[in-house]
Design a protein around this ligand. Structure first.
Ligand code: SF4
Length: 210
């Protein structure tokens, strides 16, 4: 398949290697200074700047176009925003994927799911919809660093991320991620993830090319 060009319309379904990605929102409760959204319109030749949020029906229609085009190892909710900011949309689309295609489903999240969806049992709802794995952007070994680099709109967001990880690891496969930037002590992050009992994936800070 030929990737869309930079000038093409915004993509809600995009891909890289054997992974299919879903860009369901551009809203996020963090303002990370290193966020790709600050520097580019998209990744890997796809424009991820949405002009409006797609409905679940539109996402499923687009998925129907691409999901059988080749073998996708995994379908990942990950775009220029926080997927759990649209929890109901995420759940509806995940259920459709799980029911019709039995693909491995992952959600890449900032871990604010419980702050964004008060009163909901986010992890259980994700699991019930067919999500098997979450990749949580931890990005710091302490709250002060987190607030400085991620600039969350919520107070106490760092503790909420830790709580999300604690809850998620009981139900799902969990990995925490951290971006390699000078402000973050990666050894401190590693010690924290060891204490939490989850894997850590460190991401080099480089822009995927358009
Ligand atoms: S959590 Fe992710 S999408 Fe949100 S601002 Fe940070 S890097 Fe960007």
């Amino acid at each position: 398949m030929t990737p869309f060009r930079r000038s093409s319309k915004p993509s809600i379904v995009y891909w890289h290697g054997d992974t299919l990605y879903l860009n369901i929102t551009n809203r996020c409760s963090n303002r990370c200074y290193f966020c790709f959204r600050n520097f580019t319109d998209g990744v890997w030749g796809f424009n991820l700047k949405l002009t409006r949020e797609p409905s679940p029906k539109e996402l499923i229609k687009d998925l129907e176009t691409y999901i059988n085009r080749r073998f996708w190892r995994e379908v990942v909710f990950c775009g220029f925003g926080e997927p759990t900011a649209r929890l109901d949309c995420l759940l509806e689309v995940a259920e459709w994927i799980d029911r019709n295609h039995m693909k491995s489903i992952r959600v890449d999240t900032n871990g604010h799911g419980y702050l964004l969806n008060q009163g909901r049992d986010v992890v259980k709802e994700l699991k019930d919809a067919g999500v098997r794995k979450v990749s949580v952007s931890l990005n710091a070994g302490d709250a002060e660093t987190y607030d400085r680099v991620c600039k969350p709109v919520f107070r106490n967001a760092f503790n909420a991320v830790l709580e999300f990880i604690e809850r998620a690891k009981r139900e799902l496969e969990v990995e925490a991620t951290a971006v390699s930037i000078p402000e973050v002590d990666l050894e401190k992050v590693r010690a924290l993830t060891e204490k939490l009992g989850v894997k850590l994936r460190i991401r080099n800070y480089e822009l995927p090319f358009m």
